[in-house]
Design a protein around this ligand. Structure first.
Ligand code: IVH
Length: 677
């Protein structure tokens, strides 16, 4: 579908349907293909317009409307539901020999059925380590989503599955099948998992053991609002029960899913030769650590549905599919010692120094322990056995004491945070409201290193990572973030790991970062509680660094997403002498300390609300919206007395009549252009 030109709407029902189609299209581009066509603002404007229509015409709200994804009511209990077709499990193979033996067993079985020398085609897919789900579409509409449960009876989790943006609420087919049941795996991506645990650790809450547990806990939430806060993803891998549609091969089903916008992993492969299947399994095993979600194996399926039927099922396991399982990612080892590392605000983070152990394909010696409370909750002691987990690229973590710890008569004393900072030896402090003991020394090299690392990450400076930051600190070239902008290519070129070209490249990347917007600079400064979003909100609210520095705590509190405590922290940390010095230094280096573009409430279109109707000669509705928003104006869906202008194109709808009735000014595309900046 093309988003290019919006059809002129005739009535609210038609426009609502059109908006839903557009929102589905753009949601798909963003969430499934990771390739958006329009900006967030334009997407939000479409959503706002749909919300406005639905508010005016509640009878037009449909369950498959994109407005209905979140905001569903909490349920009081999870209801048990019977799957229209049993959800099977899989037999395992742990080596190439076992995989080949499986193929031989299939041949033997078919030979007994009178089929000699079957030409197998195989499909190899990642075995995603999440939770199996079933999505039921009746007449093209997502009706019910359920967990696997025992394979026959699962739990209705429709309210939560709706919040997953990659799951279509409606099939984009004119003549949808009466019923189709899509099967897939819900999971939490590793970055989302790490961020969630980080947030929970910071808030002093218990952390999840692994992405799978975290996805499992999330999908069974009763309140969909909580689910929406914990990002889940999904890969679809099969079609279950159907009515009004059928497939002759598994590959066909996958293609159908892809065509109808279900997320199917792009590296699923169709293969003919046994050796290729083995090679494919091994290749997934090698790539395992570089994926951004966890897989615990590869599923190999026989492609032809007729052969699947002939092969049949034993117990709950089909003969026609197998899971090539990877070695586990947990291991038991000794926790030799607990170390403490200051973060960028001096908060001491515990970490485990382990007896080196081989897990998930690599040797690990260090693992994170999150925070003191987590450490206490897990009841870990130095010198004892522990269970460690290594999940993909996430930093390894210590899960719990080892299997035999409970049998011990005498355990070592529980660990305590150190009385002195392990890096700078300053006596530590423990603020009452914090789960962290802190190093209070602003000049602590450990803290500085973290702050500088944060700065280069936030400013997205290519080629400047941990290693380089450490090197430049050791050389005494960099103490504050402003020092990066004084680095000299010639001197860098003489350092180990650098040549002339790489040194010049690095200096250019640093120079380029001066173009990062003000909001990002605010984030990069490393003010407690100011993440990327708050940085951007502050930049929009105050426009310039001087505006922000001149603001009172009460004024800072007016910023979106900033509460009273946060406002106090931001104010205090901004007015700290070192911070003021850094800001001046960065200003002198030419970083952007002003917001570009018009301020809300100050652009040429400030305070003006626009309503679009009909087809404009040269601008699509989305383009027109983007330009109005860029000029400081707002676009809404329905005409009222407060509407500034109605922009009418060809075949305008009822909004034009409404505008005329209310006496709202009506302009055409040229009229709009003359108002734009
Ligand atoms: S197919 C034959 N395909 O693995 C049908 N399952 O042990 C069985 N899983 O409960 C399922 N990725 O949760 C299939 N690409 C994939 C899978 C997959 C993960 C899970 C699923 C299932 C379990 C079977």
């Amino acid at each position: 579908m093309s988003a290019a030109r919006a059809e002129p709407e005739r009535d609210p029902a038609k426009r609502a349907a059109e908006l839903r189609r557009l929102l589905e299209h753009h949601g798909y581009r963003y969430y499934v293909l990771d390739d958006p066509e329009i900006g967030d603002d334009a997407y939000d404007a479409l959503l706002d317009e749909l919300r406005a229509i639905e508010a005016d015409h509640p009878e037009l709200v449909t369950p498959d409307s994109p407005t209905q994804r979140i905001g569903g009511e909490p349920v009081s209990d999870l209801i048990k539901v019977r799957h229209p077709q049993q959800m099977l499990s899989l037999a395992n193979a742990r080596s190439a020999e076992e995989l080949r033996a499986w193929i031989q067993r299939m041949r033997n079985h078919l030979a007994r059925e009178g089929i000699t020398d079957p030409e197998f085609e195989y499909v190899a897919e990642p075995k995603i380590d999440g939770l199996a789900i079933s999505l039921l579409y009746r007449n093209g509409v997502f009706e019910r989503g359920a967990t696997r449960g025992n394979g026959e009876i699962g739990e209705d989790v429709t309210h939560n599955l709706r919040t997953i943006p990659a799951i279509p609420l409606r099939l984009d087919i004119d003549d949808p099948p009466t019923m189709v049941e899509v099967r897939g795996e819900v999971y939490m991506s590793l970055p989302d998992f790490a961020a969630l645990n980080e947030r929970r650790a910071q808030a002093g809450l218990s952390t999840f053991m692994n992405p799978r547990n975290s996805a499992a806990g999330t999908i069974r939430q009763l309140d969909p609002k909580l689910t929406a806060d914990r990002p889940l993803s999904v890969w679809c891998y099969a079609i279950g029960a159907t009515q009004g549609i059928s497939f002759e091969a598994h590959w066909e089903a996958l293609e159908w899913l892809r065509e109808h916008r279900f997320p199917v992993h792009p590296d699923v492969k169709k293969l003919q030769i046994e050796d290729e299947v083995v090679a494919q399994c091994q290749s997934w095993e090698q790539r395992r650590g570089s994926l951004d979600f966890e897989i615990d194996g590869v599923v190999v399926k026989v492609n032809e549905v007729e052969l699947q039927r002939r092969l049949g099922v034993v117990g709950r396991e089909p003969r026609w599919a197998i899971a090539w399982k990877f070695p586990p990612t947990t291991a038991v080892t000794r926790l030799n010692q607990i170390g403490w590392n200051p973060g960028k605000f001096g908060d001491l983070h515990p970490y485990a120094m382990l007896e080196p152990v081989h897990v998930g394909g690599v040797t690990i010696k260090l693992a994170t322990l999150h925070n003191e409370e987590d450490l206490a909750r897990k009841d870990l002691r130095e010198g004892e056995e522990v269970i460690v987990l290594r999940a993909g690229d996430v930093i390894p973590q210590v899960l719990s004491p080892g299997p035999h710890v409970a049998e011990r008569e005498k355990r070592p004393p529980p660990p305590h945070p150190p009385a002195e900072c392990p890096i700078c030896q300053t006596p530590t402090v423990k603020p009452e409201e914090s789960v962290f003991t802190r190093c209070p020394n602003r000049d602590c090299p450990g803290r500085r290193w973290q702050l500088l690392k944060h700065f280069v990450g936030a400013m997205d400076i290519d080629g400047l990572g941990e290693k380089q930051v450490s090197l430049f600190m050791e050389l005494g070239w960099v103490r504050t973030a402003a020092d990066f902008y004084r680095l000299d290519a010639e001197r860098i070129a003489g350092q180990p790991g650098f040549g002339e070209v790489s040194a010049q490249k690095l200096v250019t990347a640093v120079e380029d970062s001066k173009r990062q917007p003000f909001g990002r600079v605010l984030y990069a400064l490393g003010i407690e509680e100011v993440g990327y979003v708050t940085g951007r909100n502050l930049s929009q609210q105050f426009r310039t660094i001087d505006g922000l520095l001149g603001a009172s705590i009460e004024e800072i509190e007016q910023t979106q997403g900033v509460g009273p405590k946060m406002a106090q922290t931001i104010h205090d940390q901004l007015h700290d002498e070192q911070m003021l010095g850094l800001i001046e230094d960065l200003r002198a280096q030419g970083l952007r300390l002003e917001q570009e573009g018009p301020a809300p409430g100050t652009g040429p279109l400030a305070g003006k609300t626009f309503v679009l109707t009909g087809t404009l000669p040269n601008l699509t509705r989305e383009e027109a919206t983007e330009r109005i928003v860029a000029g400081g104006g707002k676009v809404t869906g329905s005409v009222s007395r407060r509407t500034g202008y109605v922009v009418a194109g060809e075949s305008p709808g009822s909004k034009l009549a409404q505008a005329e009735r209310l006496g709202v000014q009506v302009i055409d595309e040229d009229g709009l252009r003359s108002l734009l900046p």
